[in-house]
Write a protein that binds this ligand. Structure first.
Ligand code: AMP
Length: 306
């Protein structure tokens, strides 16, 4: 089995209360692929400029990521500058430079169109739609986004959302998109577009999956220091889809297990800057936190309760 991802491959500059980094490896597709490659084979679709360090491409290929779909074109790589502080507790975007992404139109390399699962990571929703048009027969299609695209391209984004099975979205972004303060109501309005489920990411408060008739409420893994939250959502998606591809089934149970995998993987990402928290991560480390989350959320009924 394999997972296709289209998203950003970036050079990020990030400042948090615990330090700062300049032009380090980042991007939604990179976080996703780095996490999901622990589980399965990843086919990556993106573009970088000729300034992109080759060692980053080598890092991805060494993890088994298929980078035939990563085009290198004349120009500058996508750049993102963000800041995170204690008070706001959210990542604030200071600058977004699309650079080579501005003129990118992906053509899938041979074999990519047979990918079993498809993840449209945070990127221009028109590009997400272009990729969707080139895949046939995927068992599960999932889309993610962020405020930049909600503000700039909401119509295209709604088109992408109406063509997928699952929408993964941050809580502040679902509120912005649906123009509703209540995240359950906001997620319900996304469901009306067509997806079967909406997974709302809530940072340290975990995630909630909302379907037509059900809910799954998942915690975040409790960590005592978040060095850099960048990429938490993308690596959550990497654990989620990576697990589903490896499990080879998309049942309600598997979706729940996949969310817990996502939570476990994301807890490693935020412990370090860039993808450093994932570099030497092993499946055994993820499984350990998965089991812990099972224990942390378990409670027994008392027969005569109440
Ligand atoms: P996350 O923290 O999971 O939302 O993902 C952060 C990553 O998304 C960073 O590595 C950025 O390079 C990338 N990113 C930030 N803004 C955008 C954007 N407008 N489009 C695509 N990727 C972005």
């Amino acid at each position: 089995m394999s997972v296709l991802v289209v998203g950003s491959v970036a050079l990020d500059s990030v400042e948090t209360p615990f330090g700062s980094v300049t032009e380090v490896l980042g991007g939604s597709a990179v976080y996703f692929a780095t996490a999901a490659s622990l589980y399965t084979k990843i086919n990556l679709v993106a573009v970088v400029g000729t300034d992109f360090p080759t060692e980053h491409i080598q890092f991805l290929t060494e993890r088994g990521v298929d980078t035939r779909g990563l085009e290198v074109v004349e120009g500058q790589t996508f750049r993102w500058v963000g800041r995170y502080d204690y008070e706001q507790h959210i990542t604030e975007t200071l600058d977004t430079r699309l650079n080579v992404f501005a003129d990118f139109h992906p053509t899938l390399p041979t074999g990519y169109d047979n990918s079993d699962l498809v993840f449209l990571a945070n990127i221009d929703p028109d590009l997400q739609c272009e990729v969707l048009n080139q895949v046939s027969g995927a068992q599960l299609k999932v889309v993610d986004t962020m405020n930049f695209w909600i503000r700039g391209k909401s119509e295209s984004l709604c088109r992408a959302m109406s063509a997928v099975d699952v929408v993964i979205i941050d809580e502040s972004e679902v509120r912005l998109l649906a123009r509703s303060h209540n995240i359950v109501a906001a997620a319900r309005s996304i469901l009306k577009l067509g997806p079967k489920a909406v997974i709302v990411k809530r940072g340290e408060h975990g995630a909630i999956m909302i379907g037509d008739n059900d809910y799954f409420i998942a915690p975040a893994y409790p960590v005592d220091q978040v060095k850099d939250p960048t990429g938490a959502g993308d690596s959550f998606a990497g654990g989620f889809l990576g697990y589903l591809d490896r499990a080879k089934e998309i049942t309600p149970q598997a979706l729940r297990q996949a969310i817990i995998h996502g939570a476990a993987v994301a807890s490693f990402t935020i412990a370090e800057f860039s993808i450093d928290g994932l570099r030497s991560l092993r499946m055994a480390d993820i499984s350990h936190r998965y089991q812990e989350l099972k224990i942390f959320t378990h409670f027994n009924d008392k027969e005569n309760d109440l």
